[in-house]
Design a binder for this molecule. Structure first.
Ligand code: ADP
Ligand code: ZN
Ligand code: ZN
Length: 818
């Protein structure tokens, strides 16, 4: 009898691969365990066991696996089920999903780059010979490929060695580490027993009179331990005594100090569970009851609650109930970096049961949360995370909350899997027979349609703000007219300046919103009109005043600001367009006394970038906050009276069928930051076109009006949710090749899908990172089988790639291209 396994390899291959195993291995292995397997000429990959069987593959000889890497499955059957759905629905391979789903520490391969972990002295007595060789090699070279390590050890399969070294935190996988993480094992020192008595200590200090540094370290140690009565961290001792790791090591070797480790959880919460849950008001209670009622018959419910109506407190009650049943909760948010406020709120209610999963966390932190979820540890009962947390190994999920469900950032655009986390969450919940609550003040057209027209979701509304604070008063300002009558100072109308002056006089805070899209300032030559372009993409470079740089927002290319025009050498250059930096500058001129802060991509880099700005604003160290889209995402500030939207037009005119829906959502969400606590807030929207329907709907808080009108358009122009969309993008270096390929593919598609194929067409930015892009859009009527449609597309795609000249063209499929 022969035994085989099918494995998922982390490569974009359409099928699973079969390897042979021994009988003993077949008894040990389970789906969801990792194995090291040879692949290609000399590569070794980490693969995941999918199925164990006895069917010999027909077309190739199954190679034996190298080694089993796990004792227990690291992924669950439920995950595999979800992955299969994702791969089928979003037309990608299981390998694509595997790559996105597993923290890369789980996926060593030949090309992976390994480097030393940044803990200073690894205890090499804990390493076996192979492990020590790797450790030593890394003392001489900062980084090595797995392949090179393979050569050093003269072994083909080194993945088990590396896996152990990662677990011991001797090495790490190279990736951008955004945060210097605390090592899991924190090293402490104490004085050895023999020197605990005062007399022994005195003679020790005498003996060390000729080693003043060592003596100083011991004295520092004493003053520290007298002050805290707790063990002393080596790192702190080094810092306080201004010594080095080597000097401390010498004291350990001399057997004066002894060292020990204390395990600390990196992502654990140190605070206590302090707050009792809030008492809901009658409106909240009613909404909560209705939600629970719809859950009796429906698995998904949409909560449409206006900004500051207290949705979060309702979520908290639902969470508490699910925890009582001993089940896990997934709480999805669009942008985890912006949720410091929420994390604090949840931790005060639920203490250490809250875990945060964040792609900006270091590998080890992510692995830790993963393991905690897998083990159903008490530390991972509520997972707060952005879209990738749908991939965690839940085993007893009771509820998923998708907050701000309308947010675009739930959709992953690149690379595959191009999944939508809200829709994936609903499927995930189904696997566990769990409930899903979608919440938003401005639901997406899809979800509102699904809830109120298609009856797919339950539907609950909450249209009173907590404390009955009125929604802000919204005033539209016609800046065309203001310009004509010379009532503008820079980009500020007289009305905006008036209201700002008043708010500042009354010690209120102000938010100024400037849309990111299309407002990036560019540089133009006043003599010849040339503006510097990105060499790799088909866009103008953006001017960053603060750094005096020109940068490309698509590929990251940057150069220092030009002194003279590249085309005509004139030095008469000017910046056009206006971004947040420009707004900030103008505010400083208009209100020199006010403290101004800015929140955009540039000022919020790094894990704690947002936190700093949000905290400064919360603490009222900043009077006026200028920002982009980020401002809209659910922040709760107490003292904001006025919100100014600098210019509404560009977002309305953006060439996208969702531009109007998005504009409505954006403006309502920014407006929702005003007057959240006691007094009614005020919102001023500056526009060239105050009669635009969307602006009228925004100023009247007319969601339903917006929805109905947008639905008419979606009907007329065959867009979601009436039709489904599949976007096919072709990418290649060569302009002509992309053109020919796109024409071929569109023609083939039109033979099957007829008038439902649009394009091919170049997108507004048609070259990115040196690749030309061309799009074909497919509209699929509701009654047409999605499965059959995808099959047909795949078939056409296969014939496409079998044409030799087209083979190098990348074809990207994007389903439900939100
Ligand atoms: P939303 O999520 O709908 O924008 P929040 O849940 O953030 O609204 O609530 C807005 C504000 O009102 C928050 O500061 C919150 O603490 C407060 N709040 C909401 N519900 C209650 C309640 N039942 N008791 C006390 N404060 C509440
Ligand atoms: Zn010029
Ligand atoms: Zn570029």
């Amino acid at each position: 009898m022969q035994y085989f396994i099918d494995v998922i390899l982390p490569v974009p291959l359409e099928r699973l691969f079969t390897y042979s195993i021994t009988k003993a291995e077949s008894e040990f292995l389970k789906s969801g365990m990792r194995v090291a397997v040879p692949f290609g000429k000399s590569k070794i990959y980490t693969a995941l066991v999918h199925t164990i069987h006895q069917n010999k593959p027909e077309v190739y000889d199954a190679k034996p696996i190298h080694q089993i890497l796990d004792e227990q499955p690291i992924i669950t059957m439920a995950q595999l089920k979800l992955w299969e759905w994702i791969s089928k629905y979003y037309i990608c391979t299981l390998g694509d999903v595997l790559r996105a789903a597993l923290p890369s520490a789980f996926l060593l391969e030949s090309e992976t780059i390994i480097s030393r972990a940044n803990n200073e002295f690894a205890d090499d007595s804990q390493l076996n010979d192979d492990e020590f060789l790797v450790y030593e090699a890394l003392q001489h070279q900062s980084a090595l490929k797995v392949q090179e390590i393979s050569d050093i050890l003269d072994k083909k399969n080194v993945l088990p060695v590396l896996k152990r070294l990662i677990e011991k935190e001797v090495i790490k996988i190279d990736e951008e580490i955004y945060e210097k993480y605390r090592p899991k094992l924190v090293k402490y020192v104490k004085l050895v027993e023999a020197y605990q008595s005062e007399s022994a200590l005195e003679s020790l200090l005498d003996n060390l009179s000729r080693a003043p540094k060592q003596r100083a370290i011991i004295l520092t140690f004493f003053s520290m331990s007298a002050a805290t009565k707790k063990p002393i961290k080596v790192s702190e001792l080094i810092e306080k005594s201004k010594s080095t790791a080597t000097q401390i090591k010498i004291l350990i070797e001399k057997e004066i100090f002894e060292s020990f480790h204390i395990q600390t959880d990196r992502v654990s919460y140190s605070g206590e569970q302090t707050d009792a849950l809030k008492q809901l008001n009658t409106h909240q209670l009613k909404a909560l009851e209705e939600i629970n009622k719809t859950f009796e018959t429906q698995k998904v419910c949409l909560l449409h609650g206006i900004t500051s109506s207290g949705k979060t407190e309702i979520y908290v009650k639902l969470i508490a109930d699910v925890l009582k049943q001993g089940q896990q909760v997934l709480y999805l948010v669009p942008e985890i970096a912006l949720t410091t406020q929420l994390v604090n709120r949840l931790q005060h209610y639920f203490g250490e049961q809250v875990a945060v999963f964040h792609s900006k966390y270091s590998l080890n932190e992510r692995v830790e949360v993963w393991q905690n979820v897998l083990r159903n540890s008490n530390k991972a009962q509520i997972i707060l995370g952005a879209r990738s947390s749908v991939f965690l190994p839940f085993n007893n999920l009771g509820l998923i909350i998708v907050d701000e469900e309308h947010e675009q950032s739930y959709k992953q655009f690149d690379p595959a899997p191009r999944y939508h986390a809200r829709d994936t969450a609903i499927v995930l919940a189904n696997i566990f027979n769990a409930n899903t609550l979608l919440g938003s003040a401005t639901p997406s057209i899809e979800s509102y349609f699904n809830a109120t027209k298609a009856n797919k979701y339950g539907f609950v509304t909450l249209n009173r703000r907590y404390n009955d604070v009125l929604l802000p008063e919204i005033e539209l300002i016609d800046i065309k007219d203001k310009h004509k009558r010379k009532r503008m100072k820079g980009h500020f109308s007289d009305r905006l300046i008036e209201e700002m002056t008043e708010a500042l006089e009354q010690n209120y805070q102000i938010i100024l919103f400037q849309n990111r899209r299309g407002y990036s300032p560019i540089v133009e030559c006043n003599t010849c009109g040339h503006s510097p372009q990105c060499p790799n993409c088909d866009v103008s470079l953006t001017y960053h005043q603060y750094k005096k740089q020109l940068r490309c927002h698509y590929c990251g290319y940057h150069m220092s600001m030009l002194i003279s025009c590249m085309a005509c050498s004139s030095t008469d250059m000017d910046s056009k367009g206006f971004g947040t930096e420009q707004v900030e500058k103008e505010v400083n001129l208009l209100f020199p006394e006010a403290k101004v802060g800015r929140m955009d991509l540039d000022t919020t880099r790094g894990k704690h970038g947002y936190e700093r700005i949000i905290t400064a604003f919360e603490q009222q160290e900043v009077d006026i906050l200028v920002g982009t889209q980020m401002l809209t995402k659910g922040l709760d500030f107490r003292n904001v009276k006025l919100v100014g939207i600098m210019n509404a037009d560009n977002m309305l005119n953006f060439p996208d069928f969702r531009a109007h829906e998005r504009s409505y959502q954006l403006m309502q969400q920014v407006a929702g930051r005003a007057g959240r606590t006691d007094e009614q807030g005020k919102v001023l929207i500056q526009t060239y076109n105050p009669y635009h329907k969307i602006l009228q709907q925004v100023s009247n808080n007319d969601y339903l009006g917006m929805f109905n009108e947008q639905m008419d358009e979606r009907h007329n122009f065959k867009y979601p949710p009436i039709y489904r969309l599949i976007k096919i993008t072709l990418k290649h270096r060569d302009y002509n090749k992309v053109n020919e390929g796109a024409d071929w593919l569109a023609t083939a598609l039109k033979q099957v899908f007829k008038q439902h194929v649009l394009g091919p067409e170049f997108p507004p930015v048609s070259r990115i990172r040196n690749l030309y892009h061309k799009n074909i859009l497919l509209k699929i009527p509701q009654n047409q089988s999605l499965g059959k449609t995808k099959e047909a597309i795949l078939k056409i795609k296969h014939s496409f790639t079998s044409v030799k000249t087209f083979r190098p063209i990348r074809v990207v499929l994007n389903i439900d291209n939100y």
